[in-house]
Design a protein. Structure first.
Length: 144
């Protein structure tokens, strides 16, 4: 292996390792904070807890409805992925494989929607959801 190729590989691995550390640091910090007692969280910041405890996890499971919240998150996320993949895959397949009148117009309309911020549809979407009686339901979150 030539020295130039070895240097390039070392540089790529170094850059990849740096990106991994930058991306993983918030996760390590979150885990470290979850293992600290309340008083230590706001003291001098350290990555390794001085007195590790699982009291925060016990409090989470005992004093909150964590299981219900977690179940709701799993249901909504899985349903969203399935719905999104189903609709987008069939739509993309039909737009790429079939030739029909108005195909270019549909493609242009889809691309034109990217020019607008998604925040613009929140109020009309809420009005629609309220009229359909879907406020505070999983279906409303799924459709959003």
């Amino acid at each position: 292996m030539s020295s130039r190729r070895l240097g390039r590989s070392a540089g790529l691995y170094g850059a990849g390792s740096l990106l991994l550390l930058l991306g993983a640091f918030p996760l390590f910090w979150m885990l470290s904070t979850s293992l600290k007692p309340s008083g230590e969280i706001f003291a001098t910041p350290t990555l390794v807890p001085r007195h590790a405890t699982i009291a925060n996890f016990v409090q989470l499971l005992v004093e909150t409805n964590f299981a219900v919240y977690f179940k709701n998150s799993v249901i909504v996320s899985l349903a969203t992925v399935v719905l999104t993949l189903g609709v987008s895959a069939t739509g993309a397949y039909s737009l790429t494989r079939f030739s029909f009148r108005g195909r270019d117009t549909v493609i242009r309309l889809i691309l034109a929607t990217y020019m607008f911020a998604p925040i613009m549809i929140i109020i009309p979407f809420y009005i629609l959801v309220r009229q359909l009686g879907l406020v505070n339901t999983r279906l409303a979150v799924l459709l959003a």
